[in-house]
Design a protein around this ligand. Sequence first.
Ligand code: NAP
Length: 353
Amino acid sequence: MDYERVNSLPELHRPYTAAADRYEHFGYRRVGNSGLLLPPLSLGLWWNFGDNRPFDAQREVLRHAFDSGINHFDLANNYGPPAGSAEENFGRMMRKDFKGYRNELVISSKAGYDMWPGPFGSFGSRKYLISSAEASLQKLGVNYVDIFYSHRFDPKTPLEETIGALDTLVRQGKALYAGISSYSAERTAQAAQIARDLGTPLVIHQPSYNILNPWVEHGLLDTLRDEQMGAIAFTPLAQGLLTDKYLNTTEVQRQGGRRSLEAHLTEENLTKVRRLNEVAQSRGQSLAQMSIAWLLRDGAATSVLIGASSTAQLDENLGALQNLEFSSEELAQIAEIAQGDAGIDWWKASAIG
Ligand code: NAP
């Protein structure tokens, strides 16, 4: 990232007016059978929006996303680093740039992973979820979030309590819709039933899902269809593995990537990535574009939740929407290359419950 360039961009220091044609780039997709519509690409703030990156660099990406039609920004209590700083930075952005656009934005947050010390700083108790949602609203500087998620299943708290807390937040008007993340197919069906009985249907599930990690295809997507819930796929690019980034990588360059990715830049995985890249090129797409298009094929995912550290990455990823069609030969080729466990289902443990 060229920080000097970003810091000297004059437009970032002028009041922001969103692009007039922002809703003309693509259609919005219905989440299950709810009234909520999401853009095909949504932007996550897990990385790149903490205190470790200049505010203006973040601002440039967020403005560009909204100008391009991406009106869904996904957060969680623990995004940063440090944990919580992404919500604080987004709150600043709300005050400076997006205040006049609140009604157009879909802002989500979550609680479930470690946030503060003590017995009520993690997992799925009513006390943790409600207090965390309250803290998130304050950081974000908004009266409500559009979606609030239980970030992971809690094996020790009754599911009725966790889902009951989501129901409470919706009834209090602090969240408009309720969702769950990384729940197994079985737990999803149970959670959906509990939520329905309470009168606050779960509308969306946020699972990890990409070409090298298609676990949701073994049950969860069927459950979501049965429950009439939407799916927003996170880590669609396997944190950058399914992009040009590591195609011609050397050991030294590998050290520069995300820490969680380093162990997975094996020769076996990189061979898969290079072969997938050949399929992408034969389709006239970059690997990132094909990986995103693959998730949106036939409505497999309602929306694809990408991360991006630059406007150039955003633009490339948006280019995926130019071709969402796959021939059966291409799908078979992709499945053949991707077969076997690439070891990148980092959230597997959460979905066991
Ligand atoms: P990802 O889209 O798989 O990876 C994003 C990273 O890939 C970017 O930060 C960038 O790396 C690289 N990248 C993106 N586009 C690129 C391009 N065109 N060319 C080259 N590199 C490119 O997604 P993710 O960041 O892992 O996750 C996305 C979002 O999902 C998160 O922000 C969060 O909202 C959500 N999420 C949810 C959970 C959950 O438990 N519910 C867990 C994880 C993530 P650099 O930053 O290194 O440039």
